[in-house]
Design a protein around this ligand. Structure first.
Ligand SMILES: [Zn+2]
Length: 320
């Protein structure tokens, strides 16, 4: 009996010695490489899609494996980044590959002065339960507008493709409107929040936004602008790298009133005829939504034209 046991142990040990180096050699010959080129140029502000890696076995065929990925690409800041993919065997690194990503500034369109009497309607804080009604009124008069959206109200986001399909522009407001203090505390907070909204727009519509409205306007954004070394010029410069222009407003018919009638009266009695009006409304304020149709009727009868705000329009900043 002991002899038999010893023999079995001996055979098992021999088998291990014979096979282990072979298995070891096979694993060692696996290699990992980037899927596609090892260097990429990526437009700043476009949500990053990691192309990933491929693993090849000793016979050259593609196979799976345990891979650790290292290094983040920050798409809201121009710079060079690397992603490293490491093929692992337990704790041991078998092979690695590096993807270099050059995040470069986006090109913005030239600014063109709109024809005199252009009105850009803008709606902040949606989408919400009133957004469909706004779209229906706009469609009835073939008026195009811009929606500066928030991202946190998941249940309303299904309307985003419709907004784009009907010829309106989508702009970024912020992900969560309830967090001003957090939002403007640091560039990291602000730009990661912005990218979160950009990602939502991209995922839902396949397009990206090129216009933005600061929550609270550029006055409130001063908390961050003054914290940045270069102040507002740096803030706007960073947004330009992202392919984004920022717009405050110069007409605010809701401001002095909380009524439909007050909103209409304010809008239809400008002190001077509108030359280039960027109108702030909120689709979340139903009294304002109810004012929309009569506002449009009045403007059309006065000979004004409506346009969907995009990055080719002159910026409106309370602060520069
Ligand atoms: Zn807002």
């Amino acid at each position: 009996m002991p002899v038999k046991k010893t023999l079995i142990s001996f055979l098992l040990a021999a088998l291990f010695i014979v096979h282990f180096p072979a298995a070891f050699a096979l694993k060692s010959e696996c290699r990992i490489c980037t899927r596609g080129p090892s260097e990429l140029i990526w437009p700043c502000g476009l949500p990053f899609e990691d192309p990933g890696y491929r693993i090849y076995g000793p016979d050259g065929s593609e196979r799976g494996g345990l891979v650790r990925s290292e290094g983040e690409v920050c798409t809201w800041r121009v710079g060079d980044y690397s992603r490293r993919y490491v093929l692992m065997d337990g704790e041991r690194e078998l092979s690695s590959a590096v993807l270099t990503v050059h995040v470069v500034p986006q090109n913005l369109p030239e600014i063109a002065a709109p024809p005199k009497g252009t009105i850009c309607l803008t709606f902040d804080d949606g989408p919400c339960e009133n957004t469909a009604e706004v779209l229906e009124i706009l469609a009835e008069y073939n008026v195009k507008a811009c929606f500066f959206i928030v991202g946190f109200q998941q249940k309303y986001l299904d309307i985003l493709p419709r907004i784009v399909a009907e010829g309106h522009t989508l702009g970024i407001h912020c992900y969560d409107h309830r967090a001003y203090r957090w939002l403007y505390q640091s560039a990291e907070n602000y730009f990661s929040d912005l990218m979160q909204v950009q990602q939502i727009i991209y995922d839902r519509t396949g397009t990206v936004a090129h216009v933005l409205r600061f929550p609270g306007g550029s006055r409130t954004a001063s908390f961050l602008a003054w914290a940045l070394e270069g102040g507002y010029p740096e803030f706007y410069g960073r947004l330009a790298d992202l392919g984004i222009r920022a717009y405050d407003w110069n007409v605010q018919p809701e401001s002095g009133t909380k009524t439909t009638e007050g909103t209409i009266i304010d809008f239809t009695h400008p002190t001077e005829p509108y030359e280039y009006a960027v109108v702030l409304q909120h689709d979340t304020r139903y009294f304002s939504v109810k004012a929309l149709e009569r506002m449009i009727q009045w403007a059309l009868s006065e000979g004004y034209t409506f346009a969907a705000l995009d990055a080719s329009f002159p910026e409106i900043h309370f602060y520069d």
